[in-house]
Write a protein that binds this ligand. Structure first.
Ligand code: HEM
Length: 140
């Protein structure tokens, strides 16, 4: 049972990250676009990615993670898990920051440049590297 939950946890994490990497990339192109037809197309792509893929994946990934901890409560005593949960908290904040940017684009009121979104796009990479090393190596 536990391994089934873990397998689906990893699938949800993969699909969540697909969106966490691609949505800010869409923001880069959206911030560079100069005609209304392109902007309207980006708005639809962004909304479907965020609401259809990213938010459901986040809910499933976090829900299954919590379920594993209910089955393995001894991990709640361990440092690697505390560090991982801190990274997950940052990732959830990042997710909602993406949602806030999405709403700005949806009302054509984005003021940030494509360069900003290129840097913004790098943040989840750091969380991914840290979280994977923590869960696989369990260094402390
Ligand atoms: C509240 C959110 C989360 C909780 C409570 C949680 C908890 C857990 C737990 C208890 C395990 C089992 C560890 C093991 O069997 O050794 C696990 C595995 C895993 N988690 Fe999460 N997790 C969460 C979110 C995430 C996120 C955001 C990522 C990706 C960055 C992630 C990536 C993984 C991976 C790759 C594994 C498999 C590790 C392995 O089999 O060695 N998790 N998670």
């Amino acid at each position: 049972m536990y391994l089934w939950i873990k397998a689906f946890h990893i699938m949800a994490v993969v699909t969540w990250f697909a969106g966490l990497f691609y949505l800010p990339r869409l923001f880069v192109y959206h911030a560079m676009s100069e005609d209304q037809i392109s902007r309207d197309r980006f708005k639809i792509m962004e909304r479907k990615l965020y609401r259809g893929i990213m938010t459901p994946s986040m809910v499933v990934a976090v829900g299954l993670g919590i379920w594993m901890l209910i089955l393995m409560p001894q991990w709640l005593q361990q440092g690697w898990l505390h560090a991982k949960l801190a990274l997950v908290a940052l990732l959830v904040i990042y997710h909602f920051l993406c949602g806030a940017q999405l709403r700005r684009f949806a009302s054509d009121s984005n003021t940030r440049s494509h360069v900003f979104y290129r840097w913004f796009n790098e943040a989840p990479v750091l969380v991914l590297v840290g979280a994977i090393l923590l869960v696989v190596l369990k260094p402390f």
